[in-house]
Write a protein that binds this ligand. Structure first.
Ligand SMILES: [Zn+2]
Ligand SMILES: [Zn+2]
Length: 162
């Protein structure tokens, strides 16, 4: 295989915030895992990049109460961020008008050791000290194919497609 492989742990994938008020469980294989190097993700995470584990919302259950922030992206899309009001940890991102898509902030997984990104978006604003291996998919801005190539790579990394 020309690129990294990983193994999906047994389902469900459990996670939550730092104080334990919010807990979630992902009951089906996530659709995609990628890193976003855009300046909005850098600000939101107060770090170098955002981690997005894209899931079908119908496969995710959440317990506890979350609050939601709204931000209008450059594209005009309203981005929603759900976080624990007690400890402030961001749990997930959504877009208004796109109920079929949910991005779990993957650093909140109880076990994130198995994660390998299928690609990198918004590398135009990547921190200089972050090095992306040559064989990883990357996009200067958002993926121009609706993330089809990254999704295919993710499935191949998990050994689901030949
Ligand atoms: Zn909390
Ligand atoms: Zn971003």
């Amino acid at each position: 295989m020309p690129f990294a492989q990983t193994n999906l742990p047994p389902l469900p994938l459990n996670g939550g915030c730092q104080c334990g008020q919010v807990r979630y469980a992902i009951h089906a294989m996530p659709i995609l895992f990628y890193l976003c190097h855009c300046s909005a993700c850098q600000t939101q995470t107060s770090s170098a990049f955002g981690e997005s584990l894209r899931c079908d919302p119908a496969t995710v259950t959440v317990s506890g109460m979350m609050r939601t922030t709204r931000r209008i992206a450059e594209s005009g899309t309203v981005r929603l961020g759900d976080f624990c009001p007690d400890c402030g940890v961001r749990i997930q991102h959504r877009s208004e008008g796109d109920p079929g898509r949910l991005n779990i902030k993957a650093g909140t997984l109880d076990d994130a050791s198995w994660l390998m990104p299928a690609g990198h978006v918004w590398t135009r604003s990547k921190q200089a000290f972050v090095t992306i291996p040559d064989d990883e998919l990357r996009y200067l801005e958002g993926p121009d194919d609706g993330a089809a190539a990254m999704t295919a790579r993710w499935r191949a990394m998990l050994g689901l497609d030949p």
